[in-house]
Design a protein around this ligand. Structure first.
Ligand SMILES: Cc1cc2nc3c(=O)[nH]c(=O)nc-3n(C[C@H](O)[C@H](O)[C@H](O)COP(=O)(O)OP(=O)(O)OC[C@H]3O[C@@H](n4cnc5c(N)ncnc54)[C@H](O)[C@@H]3O)c2cc1C
Length: 540
């Protein structure tokens, strides 16, 4: 881990100003502090919120929390849901989205309230990484000055508080749907409405609900939708939607009549939290303006169907921060930052499409149930939907320009998440990636030393050029001849080689700090991988 900087007084010129301490801002701050970058995290609220909001943590998010070293806290307290069951009124057909076969250490949806999620993230940030959130500190304006430098105006201490002017090197707008940062920069946020569609939800105890299973239940009728999911503790999340006027519905009770119609035997307890809202699709016209980046809901919002909101939001920050940290440290060219929008905009488009596909089945009120049910019977529906909602299938294929000689035929492809592999009961492939640098996997399927000599010379050279940015792992069926500086890992069954589908003789696979494959090349074609690294890293 990079050395920590002093975190005494808030700097007037922080390396990074993060606006908003929701889940996206917290993850951005954790990732920056893990790398020793000096940042300020400001939040206009006066303290933590206790509203539950997001309740679903998907598999890819769990893998990222694992990389941060805090997944066990979520695993310990959350409910592990095996998937979703769809109940169409008047039909015995009960299609399911089954998470249990997902190729991950976390083949489930972890049900965990957002206020508790934020509590764990805050605790890790403040206690382990030494950064205090600046509460009641609001960004009121931000502007680019000559040369692209930033000048931000903050109001500290709420209405009537003092004004502070800061000049951050970079700013991350993690300030949510209404993003004042995005507004101040005049970046458009456009999309579509689900005309007249209103959601109402509450968390409460349920009597006579057979909630013993670990599934999220969707009850679908022609004009209404009801979701029930078990939360940690005594409560369930009960969420409904229908057509109507949001202000009128907010004053009334939409939930009780829908629950009575779908599940007459169920009695609702007193809500611990209840809210009514409308949903939209929106996307910012760009995710970067000069030295400001939009992350999370500041950049995109979509239907709640499938519950991907905070998951995809925090993954924006996870994609951006390693790049930004390398640029700040002078270890990468600034052009690396262009890949943030190039990679994340297509993902948010896929999230919009994926959530809209589920939305069409569960919430296209007024449309016939037969047609909606038929959508769940199409070939590959389960696997495609689960891979998307879990976040495991989102990838950055075809975005980087690669030098000739790279292995562009294999799957997992360049741009894919590295799959996890159990090398032994005590070691998984993802364990080898749980640090903040790039990892060069040298995967051999032979102990023939001949091709190894060239590869060794190249890898030693790369490690000498990028000592703070790169580490190498040598994985082989049997431990090959000595390689000073690298502790070889025995993989007698060749599990890594077969999962990564490496070329005969072995392969060099570059894994980025966020766990995606940056490049791969045959042992004898390592020069192409070196060229790829040179395209964005700066040698020591
Ligand atoms: C009822 C409900 C249920 C949901 N269920 C799910 C679910 O099951 N699964 C899921 O994945 N998602 C769900 N979501 C969506 C999820 O809550 C959001 O996707 C997530 O909160 C987005 O995180 P964010 O950090 O980008 O934005 P936010 O959480 O909105 O955080 C932005 C922060 O910025 C602060 N801020 C704003 N302006 C300023 C300023 N000028 N200066 C300083 N600070 C500022 C705000 O106070 C806020 O704390 C749900 C949302 C709702 C409302």
């Amino acid at each position: 881990m990079a050395p920590r900087r002093s975190v005494d007084a808030p700097s007037e010129r922080p390396q990074v100003l993060i606006v908003g301490a929701g889940p996206t801002g917290l993850v951005a701050a954790i990732e920056l502090r893990r790398r020793g970058i000096e940042c300020r995290l400001i939040e206009r609220r006066s303290g933590p919120t206790d509203t539950s909001r997001a309740i679903t943590i998907h598999a890819r998010t769990m893998e990222i929390l694992d990389d941060m070293g805090i997944a066990e806290r979520f695993l310990h307290a959350g409910v592990h849901n095996e998937g979703y069951r769809f109940h169409f009124r008047g039909s015995d057909l009960e299609p399911r989205l089954d998470y249990t076969r997902l190729p991950t250490r976390f083949p489930f949806v972890c049900m965990f309230n957002q206020n508790e999620t934020e509590k764990i993230l805050r605790d890790h940030l403040e206690r382990d990484l030494g950064l205090a959130i600046e509460w009641e500190t609001e960004l009121t304006d931000i502007a680019e000055e000559a040369g692209g430098a930033l000048r931000a105006t903050l109001r500290v201490g709420g209405a009537g508080g003092r004004e502070e002017s800061v000049s951050p090197e970079w700013t991350l707008a993690c300030d949510g749907l209404h993003s004042p940062t995005r507004e101040a920069l005049g970046i458009k946020y456009e999309g579509m409405e689900y005309e007249g569609l209103v959601m109402q939800m509450m968390d409460c105890e349920l009597r006579n609900f057979d909630g013993a299973d670990t599934l999220l239940h969707y009850f679908i009728s022609q004009d209404t939708f009801l979701m029930i999911g078990r939360l940690e503790g005594p409560n369930h999340r009960v969420l409904v939607s229908s057509q109507g006027d949001v202000d009128e519905i907010a004053k009334s009770d939409l939930i009780t009549p829908i629950v009575s119609a779908d599940l007459p035997e169920v009695e609702l307890g007193e809500p611990v939290w209840k809210t009514t809202w409308e949903i939209w699709i929106r996307k910012a016209e760009r995710y970067r303006q000069g030295r400001v980046f939009l992350c999370g809901e500041a950049g995109h919002i979509h239907s709640v169907a499938g519950g991907q909101g905070w998951n995809v939001s925090m993954q924006d920050a996870y994609n951006l921060v390693w790049k930004l940290a390398l640029v700040i440290e002078g270890r990468a060219h600034e052009s690396l930052l262009d890949s943030y929008e190039a990679e994340r905009e297509p993902v948010s488009q896929q999230v919009i499409e994926g959530s809209s596909a589920i939305h069409e089945i569960i919430m296209s009120h007024g449309h016939g149930l037969e047609d909606r049910m038929a959508l769940t019977q199409t070939e590959g529906w389960n696997d495609q939907a689960v891979a998307r909602i879990s976040g495991l299938s989102y990838n950055y294929r075809g975005i980087a320009t690669l030098p000739p000689g790279c292995n562009t035929d294999a799957v997992p492809a360049i741009g894919d998440r590295v799959p996890d592999v159990e090398i032994s009961p005590h070691l998984r492939l993802h364990h080898l990636l749980a640090h903040t640098r790039h990892t060069l996997l040298i995967v051999l399927d032979t102990v023939d030393p001949a091709p190894l000599d060239d590869a060794r010379a190249l890898c030693d050279d790369l490690l000498a050029r990028y000592p703070a940015t790169l580490r190498a792992e040598l994985i082989a069926p049997r431990v090959p001849h000595p390689w000073p500086g690298i502790l070889p890992i025995g993989d007698p069954d060749g599990r890594v080689a077969s999962t990564l589908d490496t070329l005969p003789g072995g392969e060099l696979i570059l894994v980025r700090p966020d766990g995606y494959i940056g490049c791969r090349a045959a042992l004898g074609a390592g020069a192409s991988l070196a060229k790829h690294l040179e395209s964005y890293l700066i040698a020591d």
